[in-house]
Design a protein. Structure first.
Length: 286
Protein backbone atom coordinates (compact mmCIF):
# COMPACT_ATOMS: atom_id res chain seq x y z
CA UNK A 1 0.00 0.00 0.00
CA UNK A 2 1.09 3.53 -0.72
CA UNK A 3 0.99 4.49 2.93
CA UNK A 4 3.23 1.61 3.96
CA UNK A 5 5.68 2.40 1.18
CA UNK A 6 5.82 6.00 2.32
CA UNK A 7 6.55 4.80 5.81
CA UNK A 8 9.35 2.56 4.52
CA UNK A 9 11.19 5.46 2.97
CA UNK A 10 11.57 7.06 6.39
CA UNK A 11 12.64 3.86 8.10
CA UNK A 12 16.12 4.20 6.65
CA UNK A 13 16.67 7.66 8.08
CA UNK A 14 14.82 7.14 11.35
CA UNK A 15 15.08 3.79 13.15
CA UNK A 16 12.44 4.97 15.62
CA UNK A 17 9.82 5.20 12.93
CA UNK A 18 10.75 1.67 11.89
CA UNK A 19 9.99 0.47 15.41
CA UNK A 20 6.77 2.44 15.34
CA UNK A 21 5.76 0.90 12.02
CA UNK A 22 6.31 -2.63 13.34
CA UNK A 23 4.50 -1.83 16.55
CA UNK A 24 1.64 -0.29 14.69
CA UNK A 25 1.36 -3.35 12.51
CA UNK A 26 1.35 -5.63 15.55
CA UNK A 27 -1.24 -3.46 17.23
CA UNK A 28 -3.54 -3.41 14.20
CA UNK A 29 -3.69 -7.20 14.17
CA UNK A 30 -4.18 -7.58 17.87
CA UNK A 31 -6.61 -4.73 18.59
CA UNK A 32 -9.86 -6.38 17.42
CA UNK A 33 -9.49 -9.30 19.87
CA UNK A 34 -7.79 -7.44 22.71
CA UNK A 35 -11.07 -6.53 24.37
CA UNK A 36 -12.41 -10.09 24.54
CA UNK A 37 -8.98 -11.28 25.70
CA UNK A 38 -9.27 -8.90 28.64
CA UNK A 39 -6.08 -7.02 27.77
CA UNK A 40 -7.38 -3.54 28.64
CA UNK A 41 -7.40 -2.10 32.11
CA UNK A 42 -8.18 1.27 33.62
CA UNK A 43 -6.11 3.50 35.84
CA UNK A 44 -7.77 6.25 37.85
CA UNK A 45 -6.29 9.65 38.59
CA UNK A 46 -7.80 11.61 41.49
CA UNK A 47 -9.45 14.99 40.98
CA UNK A 48 -8.72 17.27 43.92
CA UNK A 49 -10.89 20.15 45.17
CA UNK A 50 -8.50 23.07 45.55
CA UNK A 51 -10.58 24.74 48.28
CA UNK A 52 -9.95 22.01 50.84
CA UNK A 53 -7.73 19.40 49.19
CA UNK A 54 -10.45 16.74 49.29
CA UNK A 55 -10.88 14.11 46.60
CA UNK A 56 -13.81 14.87 44.29
CA UNK A 57 -13.46 11.72 42.21
CA UNK A 58 -11.18 10.42 39.48
CA UNK A 59 -10.62 10.35 35.75
CA UNK A 60 -10.62 6.92 34.09
CA UNK A 61 -7.61 6.43 31.80
CA UNK A 62 -7.46 3.28 29.71
CA UNK A 63 -4.30 1.18 29.20
CA UNK A 64 -3.58 -1.85 27.07
CA UNK A 65 -1.48 -4.66 28.49
CA UNK A 66 -0.09 -6.00 25.23
CA UNK A 67 1.48 -9.49 25.40
CA UNK A 68 4.56 -8.38 23.40
CA UNK A 69 4.87 -4.65 23.95
CA UNK A 70 3.92 -4.40 27.60
CA UNK A 71 1.65 -1.67 28.92
CA UNK A 72 0.68 0.83 26.23
CA UNK A 73 -0.77 4.28 26.92
CA UNK A 74 -3.89 5.54 25.17
CA UNK A 75 -1.88 7.81 22.86
CA UNK A 76 -0.37 4.64 21.38
CA UNK A 77 -3.64 2.92 20.48
CA UNK A 78 -6.67 5.25 20.76
CA UNK A 79 -6.00 6.88 17.35
CA UNK A 80 -5.82 3.37 15.85
CA UNK A 81 -8.99 2.29 17.65
CA UNK A 82 -10.70 5.39 16.29
CA UNK A 83 -9.69 4.71 12.71
CA UNK A 84 -10.85 1.07 12.88
CA UNK A 85 -14.08 1.77 14.76
CA UNK A 86 -12.90 -0.40 17.68
CA UNK A 87 -13.22 2.67 19.88
CA UNK A 88 -16.99 2.16 20.09
CA UNK A 89 -16.90 -1.23 21.89
CA UNK A 90 -13.75 -0.22 23.78
CA UNK A 91 -15.30 3.06 24.92
CA UNK A 92 -18.46 1.22 25.98
CA UNK A 93 -16.35 -1.11 28.09
CA UNK A 94 -14.46 1.80 29.70
CA UNK A 95 -17.78 3.44 30.55
CA UNK A 96 -19.28 0.26 32.04
CA UNK A 97 -16.19 -0.58 34.03
CA UNK A 98 -15.71 2.99 35.33
CA UNK A 99 -19.36 3.28 36.38
CA UNK A 100 -19.17 -0.06 38.16
CA UNK A 101 -15.98 1.08 39.90
CA UNK A 102 -17.46 4.43 40.96
CA UNK A 103 -20.42 2.59 42.46
CA UNK A 104 -18.00 0.34 44.30
CA UNK A 105 -16.13 3.35 45.73
CA UNK A 106 -19.45 4.73 46.91
CA UNK A 107 -20.34 1.42 48.59
CA UNK A 108 -17.04 1.41 50.44
CA UNK A 109 -17.03 5.10 51.37
CA UNK A 110 -17.72 6.17 54.94
CA UNK A 111 -20.47 8.65 54.06
CA UNK A 112 -22.08 6.57 51.29
CA UNK A 113 -22.13 9.59 48.99
CA UNK A 114 -21.58 9.12 45.23
CA UNK A 115 -17.95 9.32 44.09
CA UNK A 116 -17.53 11.06 40.78
CA UNK A 117 -15.88 9.42 37.80
CA UNK A 118 -14.78 11.17 34.61
CA UNK A 119 -14.76 9.17 31.37
CA UNK A 120 -13.23 10.35 28.09
CA UNK A 121 -15.38 10.17 24.97
CA UNK A 122 -13.81 10.12 21.53
CA UNK A 123 -15.52 11.95 18.66
CA UNK A 124 -16.57 8.58 17.14
CA UNK A 125 -18.45 7.70 20.31
CA UNK A 126 -20.02 11.12 20.51
CA UNK A 127 -21.47 10.77 17.03
CA UNK A 128 -22.41 7.12 17.43
CA UNK A 129 -26.24 6.87 17.44
CA UNK A 130 -26.42 4.45 20.39
CA UNK A 131 -24.49 6.62 22.85
CA UNK A 132 -27.29 8.11 24.94
CA UNK A 133 -29.11 4.78 25.33
CA UNK A 134 -25.85 3.09 26.29
CA UNK A 135 -25.09 5.66 28.97
CA UNK A 136 -28.65 5.38 30.30
CA UNK A 137 -28.35 1.58 30.39
CA UNK A 138 -25.02 1.69 32.21
CA UNK A 139 -26.43 4.05 34.85
CA UNK A 140 -29.42 1.78 35.27
CA UNK A 141 -27.36 -1.43 35.51
CA UNK A 142 -24.77 -0.07 37.92
CA UNK A 143 -27.11 2.11 39.96
CA UNK A 144 -24.63 4.97 39.65
CA UNK A 145 -26.12 8.38 40.35
CA UNK A 146 -26.10 10.27 36.99
CA UNK A 147 -24.58 13.32 38.68
CA UNK A 148 -21.58 11.15 39.62
CA UNK A 149 -20.74 10.65 35.94
CA UNK A 150 -18.84 13.27 33.94
CA UNK A 151 -18.13 12.69 30.26
CA UNK A 152 -15.13 14.50 28.83
CA UNK A 153 -15.22 15.65 25.22
CA UNK A 154 -12.47 17.59 23.51
CA UNK A 155 -12.85 20.93 21.92
CA UNK A 156 -11.78 19.54 18.56
CA UNK A 157 -14.61 16.96 18.69
CA UNK A 158 -17.10 19.83 18.84
CA UNK A 159 -15.58 21.98 16.10
CA UNK A 160 -18.26 22.80 13.60
CA UNK A 161 -20.91 20.95 15.63
CA UNK A 162 -24.35 22.37 14.90
CA UNK A 163 -27.49 22.09 17.03
CA UNK A 164 -28.23 18.61 15.62
CA UNK A 165 -24.79 17.33 16.46
CA UNK A 166 -25.13 18.62 20.02
CA UNK A 167 -28.43 16.79 20.60
CA UNK A 168 -26.84 13.69 22.16
CA UNK A 169 -24.92 15.90 24.58
CA UNK A 170 -28.08 17.77 25.53
CA UNK A 171 -29.89 14.47 26.12
CA UNK A 172 -27.02 13.32 28.34
CA UNK A 173 -27.33 16.53 30.34
CA UNK A 174 -31.09 15.81 30.63
CA UNK A 175 -30.16 12.45 32.17
CA UNK A 176 -28.24 14.37 34.82
CA UNK A 177 -24.76 13.61 33.47
CA UNK A 178 -22.10 16.36 33.46
CA UNK A 179 -20.11 17.23 30.36
CA UNK A 180 -16.57 18.59 30.59
CA UNK A 181 -14.65 20.28 27.79
CA UNK A 182 -11.27 18.51 27.83
CA UNK A 183 -7.87 19.88 26.78
CA UNK A 184 -9.30 23.38 26.63
CA UNK A 185 -6.91 25.80 25.02
CA UNK A 186 -5.06 23.38 22.78
CA UNK A 187 -7.29 23.72 19.74
CA UNK A 188 -9.02 26.69 18.23
CA UNK A 189 -10.59 27.79 21.47
CA UNK A 190 -13.71 29.53 20.46
CA UNK A 191 -14.54 31.51 23.56
CA UNK A 192 -18.06 32.35 22.45
CA UNK A 193 -18.83 28.62 22.07
CA UNK A 194 -18.54 28.34 25.86
CA UNK A 195 -21.82 30.20 26.01
CA UNK A 196 -23.92 27.66 24.21
CA UNK A 197 -22.16 24.31 24.55
CA UNK A 198 -24.00 22.07 27.06
CA UNK A 199 -20.95 21.82 29.32
CA UNK A 200 -20.51 22.45 33.03
CA UNK A 201 -16.77 22.08 33.44
CA UNK A 202 -13.72 23.37 31.61
CA UNK A 203 -10.51 21.35 31.78
CA UNK A 204 -7.57 23.63 31.17
CA UNK A 205 -4.85 21.81 29.30
CA UNK A 206 -1.51 21.50 31.03
CA UNK A 207 0.06 23.67 28.35
CA UNK A 208 -1.42 26.58 30.33
CA UNK A 209 0.05 25.63 33.64
CA UNK A 210 3.56 24.95 32.38
CA UNK A 211 4.64 28.57 32.91
CA UNK A 212 3.67 28.52 36.57
CA UNK A 213 5.54 25.39 37.56
CA UNK A 214 8.36 27.26 39.31
CA UNK A 215 8.94 30.49 41.23
CA UNK A 216 8.77 33.08 39.88
CA UNK A 217 5.72 32.14 37.84
CA UNK A 218 5.37 33.63 34.38
CA UNK A 219 3.17 36.71 34.98
CA UNK A 220 1.54 36.47 31.56
CA UNK A 221 0.58 32.82 32.10
CA UNK A 222 -0.90 33.77 35.47
CA UNK A 223 -2.98 36.50 33.82
CA UNK A 224 -4.19 34.16 31.09
CA UNK A 225 -5.35 31.52 33.57
CA UNK A 226 -6.94 34.20 35.74
CA UNK A 227 -8.84 35.55 32.73
CA UNK A 228 -10.10 32.13 31.64
CA UNK A 229 -11.19 31.23 35.17
CA UNK A 230 -13.07 34.48 35.52
CA UNK A 231 -14.78 34.04 32.14
CA UNK A 232 -15.69 30.42 32.95
CA UNK A 233 -17.13 31.36 36.34
CA UNK A 234 -19.15 34.18 34.78
CA UNK A 235 -20.65 31.58 32.45
CA UNK A 236 -21.42 29.24 35.37
CA UNK A 237 -18.70 26.71 34.54
CA UNK A 238 -16.29 25.13 36.98
CA UNK A 239 -12.60 24.96 36.07
CA UNK A 240 -10.30 21.97 36.42
CA UNK A 241 -6.58 22.28 35.77
CA UNK A 242 -4.63 19.40 34.30
CA UNK A 243 -1.00 18.47 34.78
CA UNK A 244 -0.33 20.03 38.18
CA UNK A 245 3.16 18.80 38.97
CA UNK A 246 4.46 21.17 41.68
CA UNK A 247 3.36 22.79 44.90
CA UNK A 248 3.96 26.20 43.32
CA UNK A 249 1.43 25.41 40.62
CA UNK A 250 -1.09 24.07 43.10
CA UNK A 251 -0.84 27.22 45.24
CA UNK A 252 -1.09 29.64 42.32
CA UNK A 253 -3.99 27.79 40.73
CA UNK A 254 -5.87 27.74 44.01
CA UNK A 255 -5.37 31.49 44.42
CA UNK A 256 -6.50 32.07 40.83
CA UNK A 257 -9.82 30.46 41.73
CA UNK A 258 -9.55 27.14 39.87
CA UNK A 259 -12.02 24.66 41.36
CA UNK A 260 -10.36 21.28 40.88
CA UNK A 261 -6.92 20.03 39.96
CA UNK A 262 -5.38 16.88 38.63
CA UNK A 263 -1.73 15.99 38.30
CA UNK A 264 1.34 14.16 39.51
CA UNK A 265 1.73 16.57 42.43
CA UNK A 266 -1.36 14.95 43.96
CA UNK A 267 -1.26 11.48 42.47
CA UNK A 268 -0.33 9.62 39.32
CA UNK A 269 -2.99 7.50 37.62
CA UNK A 270 -3.20 4.21 39.51
CA UNK A 271 -5.31 1.18 40.38
CA UNK A 272 -8.84 1.73 41.77
CA UNK A 273 -7.89 0.95 45.38
CA UNK A 274 -5.44 3.80 45.27
CA UNK A 275 -8.35 6.26 45.21
CA UNK A 276 -10.07 4.52 48.06
CA UNK A 277 -6.93 4.89 50.17
CA UNK A 278 -6.68 8.59 49.30
CA UNK A 279 -10.34 9.19 50.15
CA UNK A 280 -9.96 7.38 53.44
CA UNK A 281 -6.86 9.39 54.34
CA UNK A 282 -8.86 12.45 53.41
CA UNK A 283 -11.79 11.47 55.63
CA UNK A 284 -9.46 10.74 58.55
CA UNK A 285 -7.64 14.06 58.30
CA UNK A 286 -10.92 15.98 58.07
P1 LIG B 1 -6.55 13.54 28.92
O1 LIG B 1 -7.99 13.18 28.99
O2 LIG B 1 -6.22 14.99 28.78
O3 LIG B 1 -5.89 12.91 30.23
C1 LIG B 1 -4.85 13.50 30.95
C2 LIG B 1 -3.50 12.93 30.58
O4 LIG B 1 -2.48 13.64 31.28
C3 LIG B 1 -3.32 11.46 30.97
O5 LIG B 1 -2.46 10.85 30.02
C4 LIG B 1 -2.61 11.58 32.31
O6 LIG B 1 -1.89 10.43 32.67
C5 LIG B 1 -1.69 12.75 32.02
N1 LIG B 1 -1.28 13.45 33.26
C6 LIG B 1 -1.97 13.57 34.41
N2 LIG B 1 -1.31 14.32 35.30
C7 LIG B 1 -0.16 14.71 34.70
C8 LIG B 1 0.96 15.54 35.12
O7 LIG B 1 1.00 16.07 36.23
N3 LIG B 1 1.95 15.73 34.21
C9 LIG B 1 1.92 15.17 32.97
N4 LIG B 1 2.95 15.40 32.15
N5 LIG B 1 0.89 14.39 32.54
C10 LIG B 1 -0.14 14.17 33.39
P2 LIG B 1 -2.77 9.41 29.42
O8 LIG B 1 -3.29 8.50 30.47
O9 LIG B 1 -1.57 8.98 28.63
O10 LIG B 1 -3.98 9.69 28.43
C11 LIG B 1 -3.77 10.46 27.27
C12 LIG B 1 -5.08 10.79 26.58
O11 LIG B 1 -5.70 9.60 26.06
C13 LIG B 1 -6.13 11.39 27.52
O12 LIG B 1 -5.85 12.76 27.70
C14 LIG B 1 -7.40 11.13 26.74
O13 LIG B 1 -7.60 12.12 25.75
C15 LIG B 1 -7.09 9.81 26.04
N6 LIG B 1 -7.78 8.71 26.74
C16 LIG B 1 -7.46 8.08 27.89
N7 LIG B 1 -8.36 7.14 28.22
C17 LIG B 1 -9.32 7.17 27.24
C18 LIG B 1 -10.54 6.45 27.00
O14 LIG B 1 -10.97 5.58 27.77
N8 LIG B 1 -11.24 6.77 25.88
C19 LIG B 1 -10.81 7.75 25.02
N9 LIG B 1 -11.56 8.02 23.93
N10 LIG B 1 -9.69 8.47 25.22
C20 LIG B 1 -8.95 8.17 26.31
MG1 LIG C 1 -9.65 13.66 29.81
MG1 LIG D 1 -7.46 16.43 29.45
MG1 LIG E 1 -4.75 17.05 28.17
Amino acid sequence: RAKAAGGNRYEVADPDSDARAITRHGLTNRLPTALERGEFFIEYQPLIRLADGSVQGAEALVRWCHPLHGVLGPDQFIPLAESTGQIVPLGRWVLQESARQAREWQRRSADGLPVRVNVNLSPCQLYHPGLVDEVAAVLEETGLDPTALCLEVTESALIGADEDALKPLRRLVDLGVDIALDDFGTGYSNLSSLRWLPISNLKLDRAFTRGIRQHPADPVDLKIVEGIVSLAHTLGLTVTVEGVETRTQAEHLGLLGCDTAQGWYYARPGPPDHLHTLTLADAMSA
